[in-house]
Write a protein that binds this ligand. Structure first.
Ligand SMILES: [Zn+2]
Ligand SMILES: [Zn+2]
Length: 898
């Protein structure tokens, strides 16, 4: 449905869709903007245009319309106390990592907190009605605007005011009345300054009217009335109507402070502190002039650099003022914003990486570092983290717990970036033209080179405005769910005995039987789910090879055989297999919590797989595990096994479970049902889980980690075994260790013997040389060498191929022999691994005709390889060990000519 169409339809009947009691009571007039024609409601007779097109747009900068001044923290206190006074429950923020929805990485709005997906339907879980929540919301689409426009953030606090119209909650009239009084009474804005603009909202099959409220051109909030479903020609009222009012807390602070940008009043003392550190001479009159121009004209240009150019001109800034004041100050704004977002994201368990939502965090940290380098800013990131967490403490005290973890992760990630710089430099030096947006995306995706780095290196001067939105689109691909192919319509849901008494032998009625598949009225066969592999066993004696769940119906697959519908069949579950899988499954919980307490709060279960004889747990972690960490995790897990802790299972209403235990329960992903099965291993580990578990951890006997591996950026796989498999593994492991150590000993011994031999030969060498050169004419055998002496003035030949002689020996012997007898050619052959090698020396007299290099070449050809060298020394060889003698014969012929 087109938003414009809905708006034009709703605007033809303002009485029905927009007119609230407040407008009547206070005498609001409905007007149409002379420029954009939009309809708006105001008490000001003289107003002729909508807030976007009025003269007073952004005139609050430098001239706030309130007497009171509230910074970010104080502004929330005002909002909270106002709503509490008016019957609302104040709810703590939900995590920014959106683990209860599988279509979102991050929480992007306050209403997301309360949305749960069941099948294709979105249902709402409200912990109270009505309520107000300071929800930190992350949005990465406009990253290039952050720091520049004065009002864009990568994360902001969305004040969520939510109500279901029933006996406790309210609908449009009261919502708008509250918002109006919040702005006028609590914040003290003059009544005439508040303008409501007519708009609509649509999404997820529902839609409704909305009223945006503005003061001095700044949109403070948007009250959405989620009211209808269907399409414009035929729609009906929703069963569950919702008030979804979202307002930016940053804007409430900004309007009362009237600072040049919202960044100046939303980070407490931090902005001022950093500006002071740099010694920038901020002239507030100049900043007000410049940023007012930016704010007013932001929508006018499609490109951010155009907005800047226009503002420089209109505000009359010199190049020097831009370089010395505006550019560094924009950098500071960006850095503070990005640090705050990283704090929230990492605290809630997200890790910078190149996959999923993690890429946003990586790119932000790299922007922080590049910006500091480009502007020569020397801020200490840890100091900034401390300042932020100190400042946020009033509103978000929970950040205190992860203060050090955030520092750890950021330090690791910053290091990683520093280490990749020389590689990035090489890539950048090869760029021979200005990169396009697609080039930039490729450079980042495949080489990790961010456009901010290119800016730092002066390869580009501006980051194209479409870069971040394009990159964001690329990473938006959502998980596709497998669609059920089978037609099981009309069948009742299967009664799951494994959640009750869990009998391993039971009777059941066959409701449907087709091909190899059987549906029973009840079953104790665990169906594949949550990474746990299915049970095996028999139905009427036929082997069950697979069990799967389709909606609420369990499907059994038989290896062979057919079963008649309507029959009662006897079923047997393979209890040994089930027992082993159950131990592995429970071990997954134990290893997951063990990993978190050894490694850090950022560890979450990424995924898991539990078979009979092996299992694996993938966790989120920044680096490969060290041997020490593996030992510690395994030891902690086994201490839990030894303590024989109780494993208890309780069912809770989903909302209650979330409130009671928090979102850490969703280790295995989202829970698409209203009732949540909470599995607790005393207070060591608490998770929502639908699998099978032991009753006492002692049943597991032993957990052994068999292998760990970093399988993708930010994810480490732990492969393990438990129970008897682990005991067998440990036994085998001991045997292997013993064998390995015996092998090592043998090796050491061999080395020692070799060493002794070498020493022996070394001592023997001068005598051997003496004996060889003392030979008379004819063939002589001297200590495993064959010597052929001819008459004086003719070439002599000596060869050796004893297994005891190594390279070092042949070289020493050859050197010495030709020194002593310049008519000698020495030829040593020895094995070296899977090769056979030859070393040749030719004496000074003989070498002119019988060059060592030529001899080596010829010998190598015989041996099936290649060789060469100088007149005096050469070497070569090949792979054909059987040609050892042939090669020496060939050499002999070359030297002696016979
Ligand atoms: Zn307008
Ligand atoms: Zn479980």
């Amino acid at each position: 449905m087109d938003k414009k169409e809905i708006l034009s339809k709703f605007s033809t009947d303002p009485e029905r869709y927009y007119k609230v009691k407040l407008f009547e009571n206070e005498g609001f007039m409905r007007k149409s903007c002379t420029i954009c024609k939009r309809f708006y409601w105001t008490m000001d007779e003289n107003r002729i245009n909508c807030p976007d097109h009025s003269d007073d747009t952004y005139s609050f900068i430098g001239n706030p319309p309130t007497k009171k001044r509230f910074d970010y923290t104080q502004a929330w206190k005002e909002v909270e106390s106002f709503f509490q006074k008016n019957g609302h429950t104040s709810v703590s923020r939900y995590p920014v990592v959106c683990r209860w929805r599988d279509d979102l990485y991050f929480t992007i709005a306050s209403i997301v907190d309360f949305q749960r997906v069941m099948g294709s339907k979105v249902v709402f879980e409200f912990p109270a009605n009505p309520l107000v929540v300071p929800q930190t919301s992350l949005r990465f689409k406009d990253l290039e605007n952050v720091g520049v426009t004065g009002r864009h953030f990568s994360s902001f606090c969305m004040i969520g005011q939510h109500s279901i119209p029933n006996s406790q909650g309210y609908w449009k009239d009261e919502c708008i009345d509250l918002d109006y009084r919040l702005v006028t009474e609590q914040f003290g804005v003059d009544k005439k300054e508040v303008v409501f603009v007519e708009d609509v909202w649509e999404g997820g099959g529902s839609f409704g009217s909305s009223l945006e409220f503005f003061v001095k051109g700044l949109e403070l909030g948007n009250a959405v009335f989620t009211e209808f479903q269907g399409d414009l020609s035929n729609y009906r009222t929703l069963d569950q109507q919702i008030i979804d009012m979202g307002a930016g807390l940053e804007r409430f602070a900004w309007i009362t402070m009237g600072t040049p940008t919202a960044y100046d009043c939303c980070f407490g003392p931090i902005t001022g502190n950093l500006i002071e550190q740099t010694g920038i001479n901020t002239d507030s009159e100049l900043l007000v002039r410049y940023f007012t121009e930016i704010a007013k004209n932001f929508e006018r240009f499609s490109d951010l650099s155009e907005v800047r150019k226009n503002a420089i001109k209109s505000a009359g800034l010199s190049n020097e003022q831009m370089d010395k004041i505006i550019t560094p100050i924009e950098g500071i704004y960006l850095i503070i914003d990005h640090v705050r977002t990283l704090i929230f994201a990492i605290s809630d368990g997200a890790l910078p990486s190149n996959v999923g939502g993690g890429y946003n965090l990586r790119i932000m940290l790299r922007r922080i570092i590049s910006t500091m380098n480009r502007l020569s800013l020397k801020f200490d990131i840890n100091d900034m983290i401390d300042m932020q967490i100190d400042y946020l403490n009033d509103t978000y005290p929970e950040l205190e717990e992860t203060r050090e973890d955030v520092k750890t992760i950021i330090a690791i990630e910053a290091d990683r970036y520093e280490n990749s710089k020389s590689r990035m430099q090489k890539i950048v030096s090869k760029l021979n033209q200005k990169p396009t947006v697609d080039d930039l995306i490729r450079l980042y995706e495949s080489d990790g080179v961010t456009p901010d780095y290119l800016k730092e290196m002066k390869v580009i001067s501006d980051i194209p405005s479409t870069f971040y939105s394009k990159l964001s689109e690329l990473h938006q691909s959502k998980k596709q769910k497998e669609q059920d192919q089978l037609s099981l319509e009309g069948l009742p849901e299967t009664e799951l005995l494994y959640y009750a008494d869990d009998p391993k032998e039971f009777d059941a009625k066959v409701l449907k039987s087709f091909d190899q598949y059987v549906v029973l009225d009840r079953t104790s066969f665990y169906a594949r789910g949550g990474g746990q592999e299915p049970d095996h066993g028999t139905i009427e004696g036929f082997d069950v090879v697979d069990v799967s769940k389709h909606g609420n119906i369990v499907l059994h697959e038989l290896k062979e055989g057919t079963i008649k519908e309507g029959d009662t069949v006897s079923c047997v579950v393979d209890s040994k297999r089930r027992g082993d899988i159950t131990k592995n499954h429970t071990s997954t919980h134990i290893l997951n919590s063990s990993s978190r307490s050894i490694l850090g709060s950022w560890v979450w279960q990424h995924s898991a797989f539990k078979e009979e004889d092996h299992a694996r747990l993938d966790i989120t972690h920044h680096s490969a595990l060290t041997d020490d960490e593996i030992v510690k995790i395994e030891n902690l897990a086994n201490s839990v096994v030894k303590k024989n802790m109780s494993v208890t299972i309780e069912n809770f209403d989903r909302g209650t479970a979330e409130q009671k235990y928090g979102f850490k329960i969703y280790q295995g992903g989202i829970v698409p049902v209203k009732s949540v099965r909470i599995v607790s291993i005393e207070d060591f580990d608490i998770e929502a889980c639908g699998g099978t578990h032991v009753k006492k951890t002692g049943e597991i006997k032993l957990v052994k980690i068999t292998r760990t591996k970093r399988i993708q950026d930010g994810v480490v796989r732990i492969e393990f075994v438990s129970g008897d498999t682990a005991l067998d593994y440990a036994k085998q492991h001991d045997v292997d260790l013993a064998r390995e150590s015996a092998e090592l000993k043998d090796k050491a011994k061999l080395k020692e013997t070799r060493h002794e031999q070498k020493q022996e030969l070394k001592e023997k060498l001068p005598i051997l040389v003496e004996n060889i050169t003392a030979c008379k004419i004819g063939t002589n055998n001297v200590d495993e060498t064959i010597v052929i002496m001819t008459e004086p003035g003719k070439p002599n030949f000596c060869s050796a191929m004893s297994e005891q002689y190594d390279e070092f020996f042949h070289i020493s012997l050859g050197e010495k022999l030709i020194e002593k007898d310049p008519w000698m050619v020495y030829c040593g052959v020895f094995e070296d691994g899977d090769r056979i090698r030859a070393i040749i020396y030719s004496g000074e007299q003989v070498g002119k005709d019988k060059k060592a290099g030529d001899i080596a070449k010829t010998m190598s050809e015989v041996l099936g390889g290649a060789g060469g060298g100088t007149q005096r020394f050469a070497q070569g060889g090949g792979k054909d060990k059987s040609k050892k003698n042939d090669a020496i014969e060939k050499a002999k012929t070359m030297v002696l000519g016979v």
